[in-house]
Each structure stands twice: as structure tokens, then as C-alpha cells.
Design a binder for this molecule. Structure first.
Ligand code: WT7
Length: 668
């Protein structure tokens, strides 16, 4: 592992920005006392408050149980259902209110406004279908490979209603990536859609999943049923074909379930709610297991107190539901609070730079949640575009990667018109909800810093020896969380050892039953200034953050290695104006293989096939050899410097220093 720890903090501290009186007057959280109540010494009792935001069939007997460290249990013995909390409990007062606004990409197609009543009906009928048709029952895993559509949250909620563990695979992932997740999670049912719009084209999607099933079966996991939604109910789009006996068209089959209602399953607080796969240091993605009571309490509290969602707000999170941000902050958090959540099918700049702002204007969105990569793209294509539309954000979020102060200021002044507060929320797939952010009505913003730990989260920056660095000391180190919290993943699916090693291996006393001895390692380098604000510098492991999403360099390298003739592959991250970072790959060939344009294309194709377009490399460089240490380790640092056209430093300790210049000439 290489890390930035011990390095001096670069760049100056930015000045504070303060939220308006108008914002404060309406905010959900204005009680300064929260910081005192949620101090480290009061762990875990303060987390009682979060569970009170939910409806429980049976109250818990114990807030926190640390005896199976570090697989913490939350709200022990409590019973609840996530779907009930997100749907049924709102019917009494909000049944006629929009739960989901679905905006199709084509502007000539009408936005669908799905009320809580309609959501309840649709979720019930689908749950009945899942139970009867596919024979699914509590604890079964179900893979959902779907794009942005209203049917995705409906399917997630129907799973939650039955106690099924959903495993949503990002719609843009390839069949191979989808198959890996089906196999690892042991899903025997796959739910998909025939097609969806993106960039003005109706993309065929179902056929990707025919392949996913084939690949999964080859790896030992048979998919018994593929349930297919129709983009246009009543029609099969984009030439999707059905496999007799395996495939079921949901829109057709649902007719048999008209009026059927299904009681929500009473789930144990610590029963898993879903799996979300994410990349790590090794080639194989890991399934983060999120529990029911802890996770739902946590994301509901974060949505209420940090995103400041009220039922009368219109809230738009642009993240794809196929990632954790969409799970926590498009679906579960907002719906648990009776919010109105916008789901947009397509590209934010399609058909032109004003599209996002028209959506905001038409629906009167007042809370906007997006990522620096989207902000950079929107600024690039239309820096003056927001002024042309009449929308008023009270609150804006940024998430997924550090935001450049200059981009932050454009967001604040042009998109927010100087009136919206901004929360820079720092967190991860594994953490379920936020780790660091300002509390919008109580703490000022600082461009480029995520803010202090949110109430209840106690971060620390640690050096290699395990000493906690003094806030404001000017040094960076490993960002750790010093206490457990209810949103944290329970374990890596099927691999407790990997969970313990990856997140706790570095600093924890692995034989301890006392939570004080367990330090959660985020895998990010960062620094903390005197005021406790955390600035994230980047990953310390072999993970690249592309457009706010994590890609493992090893996964991309493994994809390249599937091409015959490839001897070695090394991926490095290079800067990209919009995406933040992007991968670039170096490949050396086995004897008897020659570099050619076709060969380069083959490698590029393999990466798209194995992972998806998201992993596309800026360049594929075929090189005669890799720079290596005497022990044979590829020096990625040297390759990264070559890609970035920066100083390669002292290379004389390499086993083959002469290769550096050869590669520099290729990359020129
Ligand atoms: C990694 C997690 C959960 C959000 C979506 C990405 C980086 C996330 C920030 C931020 C700086 C950030 C970190 C983290 N990251 N938010 N506000 N400022 N960096 O989830 O794919 O699990 O990636 O994204 O490096 O470890 P993810």
C-alpha cells in the first residue's frame, strides 16, 4: 500500500460560507445541543434518536451489541419492515402525494407522478408476483440489473416487503460484471427491463442479461427465472427475445395480480436488506451487506438532518440507483420520510445543456443532490445556462469525490444563486450513509472540505504507526472512524475474513470485544484542520475514483489479461477534466505477439466486455516491459508519472531503469 500519510497538506484553507437566515428558519435540525448529545463518550445511546424516526413492529431491547466484533448488531430484537416504512405508513396522511416523479429522457414523453397510494398498489402486486411466480422467500437474494426507471425502486421495495435481499447491479455494467454478482450472491432470479433511453437512443438491455445468465451458469449459478419489465408496457422493445420457461414479462403477468395485497414480512433489525457490490484492492468486487433497522434508521436521519428533506420538498438526486447513493438517498431515505423523489432516466445534458435546469424548473425542485463530475460537465457545456431557468434550490449536495473550490464556487453562485446551502458529503458504499458533512443550519461550509464528522461519527486521521494526528497539524494520514454506527455494512457477503482484514486489519485489536479497539479504515488519505473539517486527498489503495465511482485497478488489469498474448497489465489513474480521474493501461506482451492497432482494440474491447464502458481507458500503451523493482514488483508510481508527464523521480533502484525512457518515448 502506498499512501499520502505523513505528507504535508497542500493548498490553502478556504474561507467559510454561511447559510442564510431563510434556510435556518425552516431547517429540520437547528438544535446546537445535538453535538453535545452525540459526543464520543455518549456512544451508543445517542443512536436511539435515529431509530425513533421509523415505525417498528416490535421495539428493540438493546441499542447496540458489540459482542461479535466487528460485525456490530443494531437495535437488537427490534422488528420492522423497510417497505412498510417507505410506503404503507405514509398512506394515512400522504397517500395522494407524489412519492416518485419519473422523468423519461425524451422530452416529448410525459413525466409520471406516482403517488404513495399508487406506489403501495404497485409494490403489493409485484410482491405477490415475486412470491408466486418465482417462488421467492425471505432471505433469498435477487439480482436487479436495471437502469433508471420507476420500476427499479418499485422492485426494490417489493423485495424488501417480502424480506428478499436485493442486489442491484448498475445498469451500465456488462453481462460479465452482472454475472459475477449473480454468482457471488447466489441469486437464482434476475430482474431486468427490455430497453431504456440514454443519449437519445433506445438501448437494448434484455439481451445483455441473456448473456449474464449464460455466463453465470458457466460459473455454477443457474438463473431459474428472468423477470422482464417493459419500457413501454404492452410492447417488447428493442428486439428483446424471451426464453421459454425461464423468462416472464412482468407487465403481462401482473394482470393476474390485480388487487392482491401482501402483508410486509416482520424482519429482524439485523436481517440483511440488500447487497451492494463495490471494488477493492483485489480483482473480485465485494458485496457490502446492509442490514434493515440500522441502515434504514441511519439513512432516514441523514436525509432529514443533513439533506434537510421535508415532505413538501421536491428532491432530486441525480445519482444512479445502481450505486449506493441512489439506494440511500433516492430511494430509502427520502421515501422513509414521505418525500418526493425525482428519477431521471437519461443524460443530464441531453438533448442540450439546459435539460437538468428544465427538470428543476418544471418540477420546482428545491433540493438538488449531485456529484462534482456532473457539476463540472454542466459547467463546461453551459456555464450560464442555469440563469435562463426559474428554479430555486434551498439545498445542494455534492458527493463522490473532492470538489475543486473553483467548481464549488460556480455551483454555489450560479446554480445555487448564492441562496442554497451546500453539503459536501463524504462517505462510501460500505458506510451506508454520510461520514462527514456540515450540518447545514449549524455549521458553515468550507469549499473543498467535506466538513466534520456528522453527528455521531467521530473521525480521526492516523499515521502509519497508529497515532492519531492532531487536528490542524498540517499532516495527512489515513482517514478512520473511531466508533461504530448503524449505517455501516454488517460484513462482506460470504467473506467475513475479507471484511475484518480490509476495514479493521490495519489498526484494530482483532481479539477485542470492545468497540473502542476497532478503528474503521476508510481507505482514503485525508487531513483534518483545526476546526475538525476533513479534507479528502484520495484513495490509498488500488482504487480509482472515476466520475465519483470506484473502480479497482486489478479488475481492469484482469480484464486485459483475458486477451491472449497479454503478459502483464498495469493500470494507473490520470487526471480528467470532467471525470476527475480516468484509468490508463500499460500492457506487455508474451513472446511471439506483436503490438498493433487491432491488438490495442482487442484490449479495449475486453475491458468493456468484462466491466462496462465506465472502465474505458484513456490509452492502451503496449510496452516492451514494465518498470520493476528488483523483487519483480511493477512500479505503478513510475508509470503514473509517465502518464502524467511529471517527474519520475529516482529510478536507479529499479531492476530495469532503462525501460523508463523507452516507455516515455512511446507515451510521448
Ligand atoms: C469513495 C467511495 C458514497 C458516495 C458515492 C461513492 C470518495 C466519496 C467524497 C467526498 C471526497 C469522496 C472517497 C471514498 N468520496 N465522497 N465528498 N469528497 N471524496 O461511493 O463508490 O463507495 O466510493 O469515494 O474516496 O472512499 P464509493
Amino acid at each position: 500500500m502506498s499512501s499520502d500519510s505523513g505528507f504535508a497538506v497542500r493548498g490553502k484553507e478556504e474561507a467559510y460560507f454561511y447559510s442564510s437566515e431563510e434556510f435556518k428558519a425552516q431547517a429540520n435540525l437547528t438544535d446546537e445541543g445535538i453535538f453535545e448529545r452525540f459526543k464520543y463518550e455518549n456512544f451508543p445511546d445517542y443512536y436511539a434518536e435515529f431509530s425513533e424516526l421509523l415505525s417498528w413492529y416490535k421495539p428493540y431491547s438493546k441499542i447496540f451489541d458489540g459482542s461479535d466484533a466487528p460485525c456490530w448488531k443494531w437495535y437488537v430484537d427490534g422488528k420492522l419492515n423497510a417497505c412498510y416504512n417507505c410506503v404503507d405508513r405514509h398512506l394515512a396522511e400522504l397517500k395522494n402525494k407524489t412519492a416518485i416523479h419519473f422523468v423519461p429522457e425524451l422530452e416529448e414523453e410525459q413525466t409520471q407522478h406516482i403517488t404513495y397510494q399508487e406506489l403501495w398498489v404497485r409494490v403489493n402486486e409485484l410482491a405477490a408476483l415475486l412470491r408466486d411466480t418465482a417462488g421467492l422467500k425471505k432471505g433469498d437474494r435477487v439480482a436487479l440489473h436495471m437502469p433508471m426507471c420507476a420500476e427499479l425502486p418499485i422492485t426494490m421495495l417489493a423485495c424488501a416487503r417480502l424480506g428478499l435481499i436485493h442486489n442491484v447491479v448498475f445498469g451500465g455494467f456488462s453481462s460479465s460484471a452482472c454475472a459475477d454478482r449473480i454468482v457471488d450472491s447466489g441469486s437464482r432470479v434476475l430482474i431486468t427491463i427490455d430497453a431504456y433511453y440514454r443519449g437519445g437512443r433506445l438501448l437494448p438491455h434484455k439481451k445483455v442479461d441473456d448473456e449474464s445468465c449464460e455466463l453465470a451458469e458457466k460459473s455454477g449459478q443457474k438463473v431459474d427465472h428472468v423477470l422482464v419489465w417493459q419500457r413501454y408496457p404492452g410492447t417488447i422493445s428493442a428486439g428483446a427475445t424471451l426464453t421459454e420457461g425461464r423468462d416472464i414479462v412482468i407487465n403481462e403477468e401482473l394482470k393476474k395480480y390485480y388487487g392482491v395485497r401482501v402483508e410486509p414480512e416482520e424482519m429482524d433489525s439485523n436481517d440483511p436488506l440488500f447487497l451492494m457490490y463495490t471494488s477493492g484492492t483485489t480483482g473480485k468486487p465485494k458485496g457490502a451487506v446492509h442490514g434493515t433497522g440500522g441502515y434504514l434508521s441511519y439513512v432516514t436521519a441523514m436525509t432529514k438532518y443533513i439533506l434537510d428533506l421535508h415532505p413538501e420538498d421536491v428532491y432530486w438526486c441525480t445519482a444512479d440507483i445502481g450505486w449506493i447513493t441512489g439506494h440511500s438517498f433516492t430511494v430509502y431515505g427520502p421515501l422513509a420520510l414521505g418525500g418526493s423523489s425525482v428519477i431521471y432516466e437519461g443524460v443530464p445534458t441531453y438533448p442540450d445543456a439546459g435539460r437538468s435546469w428544465r427538470i428543476a424548473q418544471d418540477l420546482d425542485v428545491n433540493i438538488f443532490h449531485t456529484a462534482p463530475t456532473a457539476i463540472r460537465a454542466l459547467r463546461k457545456v453551459g456555464p450560464d445556462e442555469p440563469q435562463k431557468y426559474d428554479f430555486h434550490f434551498k439545498h445542494m449536495t455534492t458527493v463522490g469525490e473532492p470538489i475543486e473550490p473553483e467548481v464549488w464556487r460556480w455551483y454555489e453562485s450560479v446554480v445555487g444563486r448564492g441562496k442554497a446551502v451546500i453539503c459536501d458529503t463524504y462517505w462510501q458504499t460500505e458506510t451506508g450513509g454520510f461520514l462527514c458533512s456540515t450540518v447545514p443550519a449549524l455549521q458553515p461550509m468550507k469549499p473543498g472540505s467535506a466538513g466534520p464528522g456528522v453527528p455521531g461519527i467521530h473521525p480521526g486521521i492516523f499515521d502509519e504507526e497508529g497515532n492519531m494526528l492532531e487536528p490542524g497539524c498540517g499532516k495527512a494520514g489515513n482517514v478512520c472512524i473511531r466508533n461504530p454506527w448503524p449505517g455501516c455494512m454488517q460484513v462482506v457477503w460470504g467473506n467475513r475474513e475479507r471484511f475484518v482484514n480490509d476495514y479493521y486489519g490495519m489498526y484494530s485489536r482483532l481479539d477485542s470485544k470492545d468497540w473502542h479497539d476497532w478503528l474503521y479504515l476508510t481507505g482514503d488519505a485525508g487531513s483534518m484542520s483545526k476546526d475538525g473539517y476533513v479534507r479528502i486527498h484520495g484513495r490509498i489503495d488500488d482504487v480509482i475514483n472515476v466520475s465519483g465511482h470506484r473502480l479497482g485497478t486489478k479488475e481492469i488489469e484482469s480484464a486485459a489479461l483475458t486477451v491472449e498474448g497479454v503478459a502483464e497489465a498495469a493500470v494507473v489513474a490520470v487526471a480528467n477534466e470532467i471525470k476527475g480521474k480516468e484509468p490508463e493501461i500499460y500492457v506487455s506482451l508474451k513472446p511471439g505477439f506483436e503490438s498493433s492497432e487491432e491488438f490495442v482494440q482487442k484490449i479495449a474491447d475486453a475491458i468493456t466486455r468484462e466491466i462496462g464502458k465506465i472502465a474505458k481507458c484513456r490509452n492502451v500503451w503496449i510496452v516492451p516491459d514494465m518498470p520493476k523493482t528488483r523483487s519483480g514488483k511493477i512500479m505503478r508510481r513510475v508509470l503514473a508519472a509517465i502518464s502524467g508527464k511529471s517527474d519520475v523521480g529516482n529510478v536507479m533502484t529499479l531492476a530495469n531503469p532503462e525501460i523508463v525512457e523507452t516507455i516515455q518515448n512511446i507515451v510521448k
